[in-house]
Design a protein around this ligand. Sequence first.
Ligand SMILES: [Zn+2]
Length: 187
Amino acid sequence: MPDDGSKLRDVSILADEGTRLAVEVSVARMARLADALVTPEGTATASIGFTREQGFAVAEVQAEAFVTLRCQRCMQPFEVCVGSDSRVWLPHSEQAAERVPAEAELMLAPEGRLRMAELVEEELLLALPLAPLHGDHERCVARNDEPLEAPEPTAEVQMPFAALGALMGRARPDEPKRPVKGRRRGD
Ligand SMILES: [Zn+2]
């Protein structure tokens, strides 16, 4: 049965025994993560393996959760799976943390103890997208980067007038006519 992550654990023992833990934490119990979401629903699952490196306990954390974020383009909520796979060094004190290699990710385990739920929460917070977008919008952006048709010369010629029209508060000039080739007739 998976651990709910609430128990304070001795990371030195876990590292020395090479323990691997299966953890399941409800999002509602991770306050900082829940605050970053539209609704505090869902459950995070994680597999956390422990090793020792340069004298430090190190956790290999694979965590994921289905969460609800707000799309930054249309402001609608949408569900997305966020996940992380990283190695986190667990020094016992600020002083010990200074000896952790600079490029390594670390989390303090005061007196060598840590709740797995805190570790999972930290990893998922880091995994949240900064500007969440619906999958559809992402495809939209990709399409805009690569125009399907070459711009028509007339469109370029009209641009200065469009800008002028906007400056003078007028309606935009007519859009350049689109080719009728692909248009379907009414059945
Ligand atoms: Zn959207």
